[in-house]
Design a binder for this molecule. Structure first.
Ligand SMILES: Cc1cc2nc3c(=O)[nH]c(=O)nc-3n(C[C@H](O)[C@H](O)[C@H](O)COP(=O)(O)O)c2cc1C
Length: 164
């Protein structure tokens, strides 16, 4: 898959909305992600309302660049699942699926960690009025990229341990 070898974190966006069809394609990519016991613990909040985006961008010192994104996707997780200890892993895989599909669609974005940092989780929960059986996992601001740079090759043979 070529997107794996071109994807980078994008934090600057064109002042242009993202088409609903493209957002829907991103969500389709999320829903085909694997999950523990196929529990599919994810819930997706697609935020385009400026006021809410600006509030989300203040939930962490590392989320400031989300303020100017045309869309912020918030990935949340349900607590009422078979394997609650594994939901963050499931959500991370779904997030990566979305991130890679963005690359395919000419979009760009960046994952911003929310879980397991309690203050960030609480701030996002309040902004979105999440129900009690859900918690916020991550923010994924995205849009049309500005200044996309080539991917840096981080291949490191010292981290590969062949046991043969
Ligand atoms: C779990 C996770 C959490 C991250 N959290 C943030 C964040 O809060 N803010 C941010 O600007 N970037 C965040 N990033 C993006 C990383 O900084 C970025 O992936 C890393 O520097 C490598 O760059 P690349 O994505 O361009 O390859 C996060 C990435 C991951 C995978």
């Amino acid at each position: 898959m070529n997107a794996i070898f071109t994807r980078t974190s994008i934090r600057k966006f064109e002042d242009k909305p993202v088409e609903k069809e493209k957002i829907d394609k991103l969500l389709q990519a999320a829903f085909v992600a694997p999950s523990a016991g196929n529990q599919q613990p994810w819930e997706f909040y697609v935020v385009t309302e400026r006021e809410t985006i600006e509030a989300l961008a203040k939930t962490s010192p590392y989320a400031i660049s989300a303020a100017k994104a045309p869309v912020v996707l918030v990935i949340a997780a349900r607590k009422d699942v078979i394997f609650p200890g594994i939901t963050d892993i499931d959500c991370a895989i779904a997030t990566e699926n979305i991130w890679l599909e963005m690359e395919e669609l000419g979009l760009g974005g960046v994952m911003m960690a929310v879980s397991p940092v309690p203050e960030r989780m609480e701030a996002v929960r309040q902004i979105l009025s999440l129900p009690d059986n859900q918690y916020a996992f991550a923010l994924l601001p995205f849009g049309y990229p500005v200044g996309k740079k080539p991917q840096v090759d981080r291949y490191d043979a010292r981290k590969i341990h062949w046991i043969e």
